[in-house]
Design a protein around this ligand. Structure first.
Ligand SMILES: NC(=O)c1ccc[n+]([C@@H]2O[C@H](COP(=O)([O-])OP(=O)(O)OC[C@H]3O[C@@H](n4cnc5c(N)ncnc54)[C@H](OP(=O)(O)O)[C@@H]3O)[C@@H](O)[C@H]2O)c1
Length: 248
């Protein structure tokens, strides 16, 4: 008997990186998994590779969250594992030069969208369900040029803890996973060229005591751990940092 037999999981942003790796682990452990993302082709390709159920939805669009909720309710009923993972970094821009467009894009995906994904799905969560928010070590860092991304993750940590307190009476656990640098497509999507990426990569490895970048699979295993009642039933409102020691 696998860990997640007869469990329904939703992974937002499941077509690449950490979401994809987590969907893979959940499916390997017997869960039925719905993955989302904005790019139809990427979502469908990933779903086919994984054996997941594709649903094209933009986390920053409340109508899309509503459609996802309605589809899940009508087709599958209740949800056991909600992994709110989709996120973007936005540009590396000092506060003085920040545009309202960049601010809104990052906050609407990473914070507002994550908040309303939880808001809409609360009625569908089974007793004993697990919610995991993908945060970041940047939630407690104040590096120049990254103000909005850092603030979006700090806000996420705040609501995750409030949600843990609100949902405890239904035995629903809400936790956060905060990775340090992890090898995915997120940095290239931020519009950095190969040379800049190489420079940032080298700087990050130097700054990490374990002298390596994490993998999506490292993070996925932690999300699976927090979703598994048999090992983490006493954990809620917890933030787990997985960063090779970077914040030390
Ligand atoms: N990689 C790191 O170093 C690192 C470190 C700390 C935290 N994180 C966090 O980890 C999470 C996953 O990122 P990743 O590193 O795995 O990057 P990734 O490979 O770029 O994956 C991001 C996923 O989110 C989806 N996504 C982005 N915006 C979306 C939206 N508006 N609606 C729905 N889906 C959306 C993307 O699909 P579409 O493009 O098709 O929408 C993709 O599936 C993010 O929240 C990120 O902030 C990453």
């Amino acid at each position: 008997m696998s860990k997640f037999n007869n469990k329904l999981a939703i992974v937002t942003g499941g077509n690449s990186g950490i979401g994809y790796a987590t969907a893979k682990e959940l499916i390997a452990e017997g869960a039925k998994v719905i993955i989302t993302g904005r790019r139809k082709e990427a979502v469908e390709k990933a779903a086919e590779e994984l054996g997941a159920i594709p649903f094209v939805a933009d986390q920053s669009d409340i109508n899309d969250i509503d459609s996802l909720k309605t589809e899940v309710e009508n087709q599958y009923g209740k949800v056991d594992i909600l992994f709110i993972n989709a996120g973007v970094t936005g540009g590396l821009i000092p506060i003085e030069n920040m545009s309202i467009e960049n601010f809104d894009q990052v906050m609407n995906i990473n914070f507002r969208g994550a908040y309303f994904t939880l808001n809409k799905f609360i009625p569908l969560l089974n007793e004993g369900a697990s919610v995991v928010f993908l945060s970041s070590i940047v939630a407690t860092m104040y590096h120049p040029n990254n103000s909005v991304y850092q603030a979006s993750k700090a806000a996420l940590n705040s609501i995750a803890k409030t949600a843990a307190a609100e949902l405890a009476p239904r035995k629903i656990r809400v936790n956060m996973v905060s990775p340090g640098p992890t090898k995915t497509e997120i940095m290239s999507k931020a519009g950095l060229d190969d040379e800049k990426l190489k420079g940032i990569n080298e700087w990050m490895i130097e700054a990490i005591p374990l002298k390596k970048i994490g993998t999506a699979e490292d993070v996925a295993k932690l999300v699976v751990y927090l979703s598994d009642d048999s090992v983490s039933s006493f954990m809620t409102g917890t933030e787990i940092v997985i960063d090779g020691g970077m914040v030390l």
